[in-house]
Design a protein around this ligand. Structure first.
Ligand code: SF4
Length: 498
């Protein structure tokens, strides 16, 4: 908008919108370019692809531009096998998209726009596609990588594009998802965040606090859900932000994700966290075994994880522990140990996730010879088992995961905190999670029983990730065919697209 383009935001995930509605709104608007992105990493790609194909049928000469984590890493396969996309934006897109739109409009050479991949036959100029484009022949070409955005404050968020009254979370509070920092200085081997963002950076802490305060005063926003991978990585910057937000005197509630090590590091300023409004942090504990933590390069230990939870409790901040199941070599005794350790850590809430081998992670390379039991990419959402477990059948992994969730959430200590914790915000957060968690728990079992399709003797992961998902056929299928439209239950908040 600031570069002189007319922009309309269609939030198709809200609802979510039906494909027909997405297409009819897009057709009525008839834009020169459709920019398609999603927050779902691998799991968001199948729907993005369906939308793009449907848009192409009604707007045959509109530019289709695709960006985000999945296309950034997976562009060769996408361009080769799904040539519906004209341009892919690699990496963070704010500056690249403006350069791209300017080049298209002013007929500059597209090859000079860094950070993009071009489908063959694309020429600059409004809706100019050549015969080569029509036939889809030739190889996609990638330009040089775009420079990392140094000043995150230089690209403002277009808050005016959304109607804030529509978005609520955490107990019907008017909510926004905001980002103080991007990237992560750590290198957990199942995670692609450091590769996508390339460097950890943060916004100006005082300006960021003022922006959140303005959202509260002008738009009635009550809850900030941090999209950051790791907002607390720099203690000084984070402390400046907390103090600036406290000085704004706005009753905002903050929730997000961080690392246990940062909580322990900040033991002496955790009162500022609470005073600024931090109500809950999800800690990615991933494992309760020191050897596993070391193997996945988590950079934490059991002692740090346990201490972080204790400190958060002392400051009335809800601790949500994320643990990861579904690793190939796991045995029943590992799940038993996880349960015992989680009970001894005593987090207020837990979230069980499944190991998901996104192609661009070292974890996927390491697991290449193992079989995939979930070949539906839309189920690669951390809530479904993806890799075959060599020693525990899939049904028993599910029993363990659901059993661990039930035991941890229904133990007397947890119930007591939900009903009788002296802090009102703490009680409300516990109640909200319990209500939504109960529904999700039932929904996931229902889906597993009647809708999820798993494979027997599925393809090896390495083959599958080289585009083999297009070649998976029903001969692998067992269980019940899933319907065309999957369930509508909102997933619990999960680790960011990794
Ligand atoms: S899992 Fe979390 S801490 Fe590890 S690299 Fe990813 S964002 Fe960073």
């Amino acid at each position: 908008m600031d570069a002189g383009h007319e922009v309309k935001l269609l939030d198709a995930e809200f609802g979510p919108m039906k494909l027909d509605a997405i297409i009819s709104e897009t057709r009525d608007y008839n834009p020169d370019a459709v920019l398609l992105g999603h927050s779902g990493s691998t799991s968001g790609h199948p729907m993005a692809s369906r939308i793009a194909q449907a848009v192409r049928t009604v707007l045959p000469r509109t530019w289709l531009v695709y960006g985000g984590v999945f296309p950034t890493y997976q562009w060769p396969e996408i361009m080769e096998e799904q040539p519906v996309f004209d341009v892919i934006v690699r990496g963070e897109g704010e500056e690249t998209v403006v350069r791209l739109m300017t080049a298209l409009e002013q007929r500059h050479e597209l090859e000079k726009v860094p950070g993009i991949v071009l489908r063959p036959g694309i020429e600059p100029g409004p809706r100019r596609m050549t015969d080569e484009w029509q036939s889809g022949t030739g190889r996609a070409r990638a330009t040089a990588p775009a420079p990392v955005i140094k000043n995150l404050d230089a690209n403002r968020i277009g808050w005016e594009l959304i109607d804030h009254r529509r978005y609520t979370y955490y107990g019907k509070r008017r909510a926004v998802v905001a980002q103080f920092s991007r990237g992560c200085p750590h290198h957990c081997h199942y995670c692609g965040q450091h590769g996508f963002w390339r460097a950890w950076r943060h916004r100006d802490p005082v300006k960021f606090a003022a922006e959140l305060a303005r959202l509260h005063r002008e738009q009635g926003v009550e809850l900030i859900n941090f999209a950051d991978e790791n907002p607390t990585a720099d203690r000084a910057a984070w402390q400046t932000f907390l103090e600036a937000l406290i000085a704004e005197k706005v009753p905002l509630v903050l929730i997000g994700t961080t690392r246990a090590g940062d909580i322990v590091r900040d033991a002496d300023i955790l009162h500022l966290y609470r005073k600024a409004g931090v109500a809950r942090f999800l800690l990615g504990l991933e494992s309760t075994d020191d050897a596993t933590l070391q193997a996945i390069h988590k950079g934490s230990t059991r002692a740090i994880d346990r201490e972080a939870i204790r400190l958060m409790r002392k400051h009335n901040i809800i601790s949500m522990a994320a643990c990861v199941a579904g690793f190939v070599q796991e045995e029943d005794k590992d799940y038993w140990r996880t349960l015992r350790q989680l009970l001894s850590y005593d987090p207020d809430q837990i979230q069980a996730l499944y190991a998901t081998p996104h192609r661009w992670t070292p974890f996927a390379i390491q697991q290449g010879k193992h079989r995939v039991i979930q070949t539906d990419l839309s189920r690669w959402d951390y809530k479904h088992q993806v890799l075959e477990s060599a020693r525990v059948p899939n049904w028993r992994v599910l029993l363990w995961v659901k059993g661990i969730e039930t035991i941890c959430q229904l133990r007397p200590k947890s119930l007591l905190r939900m009903l009788a914790h002296p802090d009102r915000l703490f009680r409300a957060g516990m109640r909200w999670y319990s209500n939504i968690g109960r529904r999700v728990w039932i929904f996931e079992i229902w889906q597993w029983l009647f809708f999820d399709r798993r494979t027997e003797k599925g393809p090896r992961l390495a083959e599958f990730l080289k585009g083999g998902w297009n070649r998976v056929t029903s001969r692998h299928s067992v269980g019940v065919q899933k319907p065309k439209v999957a369930g509508r239950m909102p997933a619990l908040p999960v680790l960011r697209s990794q």
